[in-house]
Design a protein around this ligand. Structure first.
Ligand SMILES: O=C(O)CCC(=O)C(=O)O
Length: 248
């Protein structure tokens, strides 16, 4: 998307979270595409889904979405981790994450960093640190002795996006800039992905739902009653809701 579109979405993001706090007492940063039509529309863009289809094929579900806002000047960071060990999904080549920069995401603002080539090394052990500055659900950190030359900044201008593999080790440093760093992330899967944690739900984006996922209803109104009821149900019942407001 253009820089101007990204700036417009960043403003919508602040308004959305302000409303969520006022009406429901907290921000919503897991599966916000179920309660914000504009987020659902970003995920539906044809050019984006064409890219995802090139990787996953023509049947695409939106399994989850996250918003990672690293506030300006905060100590919040993301420990290096793989996504695959925590989400109950297999096989490992059936999910891709699309990370979209709504604001500038540069080394000084704590852009995502990846360890190149680690998508090929299988699942690695992680430790749960519960560190308060680590934005992940249990403060997870991968146990991997990495060659620092392979750590790569994924620097993005507002409106640009990157795509990462389910096993790729990624993380990032605090935001020492004067602007919030807002990343909107979509987790797309093939319907054939197996979920080991129980019945799951997802939103159909393209093709047929040939797997066993319960289909979610796209939102009609921002933070509307049926939209919020569905989100609460997904948080309570679906592995893709991460048990509520936990990140990654
Ligand atoms: O926003 C970030 O820097 C990290 C994002 C992340 O961990 C993910 O998309 O899985």
């Amino acid at each position: 998307m253009s820089t101007e579109q990204a700036a417009g979405y960043a403003s919508q993001y602040y308004h959305f979270q302000q409303q969520a706090i006022q009406r429901f007492g907290s921000e919503i940063y897991i599966k916000p595409h179920l309660v914000a039509p504009w987020i659902y529309e970003i995920a539906r863009q044809r050019a984006l889904l064409d890219r995802v289809a090139a990787l996953l094929g023509d049947e695409i579900l939106l399994w989850s979405s996250d918003i990672f806002n690293k506030p300006a000047g905060s100590d919040k960071r993301v420990g290096f981790h793989q996504d695959s060990p925590y989400w109950g999904l297999s096989p490992e080549d059936g999910l891709v994450s699309v990370w979209i920069a709504l604001t500038s995401s540069q080394p000084e603002s704590g852009c995502m960093q990846v360890i190149r080539q680690t998508h090929n090394i299988g699942l690695l052990p992680h430790r749960k640190t519960y560190a308060p500055d680590n934005m992940l659900s249990v403060g997870q950190e991968v146990e991997y002795d990495c060659d620092s030359a392979l750590v790569t900044d994924v620097a993005l201008q507002p409106g640009e996006y990157s795509i990462h593999h389910f096993n790729l080790i990624h993380g990032g440093q605090p935001n020492s800039s004067t602007q919030d760093r807002i990343g909107l992330v979509f987790r797309f899967i093939r319907p054939g992905m197996v979920q080991s944690q129980g019945p799951d739900s997802a939103t159909l984006m393209r093709g047929n739902n040939s797997g066993g996922y319960q289909l979610e209803t796209p939102p009609a109104t921002e933070l509307g009653e049926p939209e919020m009821a569905q989100l609460r149900r997904v948080f309570a019942e679906s592995p893709s809701g991460f048990g509520g407001q936990m990140l990654a």
